[in-house]
Write a protein that binds this ligand. Structure first.
Ligand SMILES: *Cc1c(COP(=O)(O)O)cnc(C)c1O
Length: 392
């Protein structure tokens, strides 16, 4: 649909060069398992200061493989935030471990460090051990990674950065923070994310043994690497060492990702400009809370999470969504707190009130349209529609 007739919270930006790059691969010998896989991985490593990268078929598969590579199993407890996509917690269940949650920090909407330490201490008194924390750089705002690393060393657990929102963000001036502080960082290339491959994902790490395991697990747990084989019966020979999956991505998808990555900086600049425009409009009204930004980060703005104090005004969130929809603006909410999903309530007995800051954030949050092809006239129309829809 044309962007002028319909606005969603996010969408891809496909350049002619992207189309050409995909077409070139379609005319080549390799549609999958060809040269674009390592090329895209190398480009991700260079851009993000990572030693290793493995591209896979989606971000959820990336989380699953990270969980397996870190050796999670039954009895292990892994903590994450309720304000995330269900996949951040589901990967814990895929590995047979137990997910649990820590409420959010009200300024950055990422996992609260003090509550996290309190929870770790409490869990340790029951004799259980924290295996890992999945930090989520929500909306593109990095977590407090220095504190997370400090706690990970102190209490001996691993760190995953669910970095799906934050490609291009900086923490203490560094774009390479994701794998500097976390053992593993996860990317998604879904069309709403900063760069896309249609469906796709990646696992970044500076740990050679984690990388080796992930590269086998994405391909059935199979290796042909001379160094790893128990024996070698000939050129056809391979060995399966782990129970892996087919989580591979195609070469034409990687061509799209590689081409998109060249314009990441431009996309980020545009996203920041749009967020600044929204900030300037909404900061003037008591009924809004604009997204907080710590002074040690540069936000990547995958989302623009505006909080609207529906509890203090006479219109409900549902009415607001309906009014916006009539104006062809399809907002979204990020996220329904994971612990309130029926599955999590049923199997883990979570209930309303367990994570009150996350729950209040959910009541107020609306993700406004934010993607590189939005022009000034679109932004004027969207912001006016928001203000009009909230008045009588
Ligand atoms: C998009 C996303 C994922 C999952 O990625 P897919 O590629 O859709 O599987 C996981 N975590 C977060 C925070 C995401 O935004």
């Amino acid at each position: 649909m044309d962007k002028k007739t319909h606005y969603s919270y996010g969408r891809q930006f496909i350049h002619e060069e992207d189309i050409q790059a995909v077409a070139d691969v379609l005319r080549s010998d390799w549609l999958t398992q060809g040269p674009l896989i390592p090329q895209f991985e190398k480009a991700l490593c260079e851009k993000l200061g990572s030693q290793y990268a493995s591209v896979v078929c989606n971000g959820t598969a990336a989380l699953h493989l990270a969980a397996l590579a870190l050796g999670w199993k039954g009895g292990d407890v892994v903590l994450t935030t309720p304000i995330t996509f269900v996949a951040s917690a589901n990967c814990v269940l895929y590995a047979g471990a137990t997910p649990d949650f820590v409420d959010i920090d009200p300024a950055s909407y990422t996992i609260d460090i003090n509550l996290l330490e309190a929870k770790i201490k409490k869990i340790r008194t029951t004799g259980n051990k924290i295996k890992a924390v999945v930090g989520v750089d929500f909306a593109g705002h990095p977590c407090d990674w220095e504190s997370l690393r400090y706690l990970a060393n102190k209490y001996e657990f691993r760190l995953i950065n669910d970095y799906c929102h934050a490609l291009g963000a900086k923490y203490k001036g560094e774009i390479s923070y994701a794998v500097k502080y976390a053992d593993v960082a996860i990317l998604s290339f879904h069309p709403v994310k900063h760069i896309t491959t249609g469906e796709g994902g990646a696992i970044l790490t500076n740990d050679a043994s984690i990388d080796r395991k992930i590269k086998m697990l994405r391909n059935h747990g199979i290796t042909k690497d001379e160094q790893l084989l128990e024996k070698n019966e000939g050129p056809w020979y391979y060995e399966m060492h782990f129970l892996g999956f087919n989580y591979r991505i195609t070469d034409f998808q990687c061509a799209l990702g590689l081409s998109q990555l060249q314009r990441l900086d431009q996309y980020i600049q545009k996203r920041r400009a749009i967020a600044n425009f929204y900030n300037d409009v909404f900061v003037n009204y008591e009924r809004f809370i604009i997204p907080g930004v710590s002074n040690i980060v540069e936000h990547a703005y995958h989302l623009y999470p505006l909080q609207i104090k529906f509890d203090e005004i006479s219109i409900t969130k549902k009415e607001f969504f309906e009014r916006m929809r009539k104006r062809k603006i399809l907002c979204q909410v990020h996220y329904i707190p994971v612990h309130l999903q029926p599955y999590y309530r049923q199997y883990f007995q979570y209930k309303q009130g367990d994570f009150p800051l996350a729950e209040q954030f959910y009541e107020r949050e609306v993700s406004m349209p934010l993607y590189p092809s939005l022009e000034q006239e679109d932004l004027d129309y969207i912001s006016k529609s928001i203000l009009d829809s909230l008045s009588h």
